[in-house]
Design a protein around this ligand. Structure first.
Ligand SMILES: *Cc1c(COP(=O)(O)O)cnc(C)c1O
Length: 392
């Protein structure tokens, strides 16, 4: 008999009942150190008082009115994001996939309005993950994601991760946009190679193609800059945001330049929930905290400290780990064992990590993880590795 919850997930038998900062408390009382943050979502940790206060005080006033009316919290959050980024304008969604959908629609509408309706193709990279909608799986068509879900939406092409020559050969007068995660998350914490984002920007400038950055996982401070593309010193035309921006409340956004957004006039797109007062009040608290002076520097400093300790961990456990990669608090441990086994063994040490492709275990802690917690995390990882080594 089919379970009452559609069985699309394989879940660990853990039942968390409470969260405190970087800790998750199990029904049975065990305290797990959370290096997953619900897949890079709880950016400020669990039950952060600043975020809780924003949620509770807004909840007592007004939750939802729809976008038939002006929403001051939405306006304030858009202003804050425009101030802090390359973007001139913002649309709010409820998830990453919805941000991805709008990114594709916006790029195509741009070219339609420019009188080049044949420019519809979106070029993406192998190893990418952009969500689960029909457009998102067409942009990242791994067998697991697309098999049985055909026909795939047309107008998507993929080139090998980082292969600039291949990219140049597929960008034609049919191309609407190039879509890339500056740091691939699900693909296994692949940081865009030096110069790749710069080269994409140059290619886009040369051909008019729009540059879409999917910063759903790597954005919102995770790499030590507000958005990961900032490290390359270039800006996209359109940026997809979700996960960390809501700190656990379902919130996403699409940020764009005035030019890139020029096709999106009244009536062309919408969302019932997107940008509602509750979500935007929470988003304001999260973005406010991350953009406080000094906050991102601390993420960078603590990320470097964690990375340094992880290099030691890898050296100590060469039969389990191969290398560390990533940036800031978006780190990956390349494994010589199955990542799922390592994640599972971590549960025995009351440690939460997240598997990814390419034999990588992801560490995506709260941006507020402390130095003591970093030391504790590496100890637990070490004990986990020893467990695996004994079993293996
Ligand atoms: C998680 C993720 C998505 C999809 O977001 P959902 O909120 O799960 O729809 C898209 N792109 C990237 C890079 C992601 O990490």
């Amino acid at each position: 008999m089919i379970p009452s919850v559609l069985p699309t997930y394989s879940r660990a038998p853990l039942h968390f009942v409470k969260g405190e900062g970087s800790w998750l408390i199990e029904e049975d009382g065990r305290r797990f150190l959370d290096l997953g943050s619900g897949i890079a979502v709880a950016a400020l940790g669990h039950s952060n008082p600043v975020v809780v206060d924003a949620l509770v005080s807004q909840a007592q006033k007004l939750w939802h009115v729809s976008n038939l009316y002006e929403i001051p919290q939405q306006q304030a959050l858009a202003d804050k994001l425009v101030d802090a980024t390359f973007a001139d304008t913002v649309f709010f969604t409820n998830s990453g996939t919805e941000s991805m959908e709008l990114g594709v629609k916006m790029a195509r509408k741009y070219w339609y309005e420019k009188g080049q309706p044949e420019r519809v193709e979106i070029v993406s990279f192998t190893g990418a993950f952009h969500g689960r909608s029909s457009a998102a799986i067409a942009a990242a068509p791994t067998e697991k994601m697309v098999k049985g879900f055909g026909p795939l939406l047309p107008g998507f092409r993929q080139v090998s991760w980082g292969d600039l020559e291949a990219l140049k050969s597929v960008v034609t007068d049919k191309t609407a946009a190039i879509l890339i995660e500056p740091v691939q998350g699900e693909g296994g914490i692949n940081v865009a190679p030096d110069g790749l984002l710069k080269a994409i920007r140059a290619l886009c400038d040369e051909t008019g193609t729009l540059f879409i950055a999917d910063e759903i996982q790597c954005g919102m401070g995770r790499t030590g800059r507000l958005f990961a593309h900032e490290w390359a010193g270039v800006t996209p035309d359109i940026m997809l945001v979700a996960k960390g921006i809501g700190g656990g409340f379902p919130l996403g956004a699409v940020l764009a330049t005035e030019d890139a957004a020029s096709g999106m006039v009244a009536g062309t797109h919408g969302s019932t929930y997107g940008g509602n007062p509750l979500g935007c009040a929470v988003g304001l608290a999260v973005v406010g905290a991350i953009t406080e002076p000094g906050f991102l520097e601390e993420v960078g400093r603590k990320g470097a400290l964690l990375r340094q300790k992880l290099e030691g961990l890898v050296a100590e456990n060469p039969e389990v780990f191969e290398a560390v990669r990533g940036q800031g608090f978006m780190l990956g441990l390349k494994c010589k064992v199955a990542p799922a086994d390592l994640v599972k063994a971590g549960y025995e040490e009351e440690l939460i990590t997240v598997p990814a492709a390419d034999n990588v275990v992801r560490l995506l802690p709260a941006l507020t993880l402390s130095e003591e917690e970093i030391a504790e995390a590496v100890e637990r990882l070490d004990r986990t590795a020893k467990r695996i080594a004994v079993q293996g």
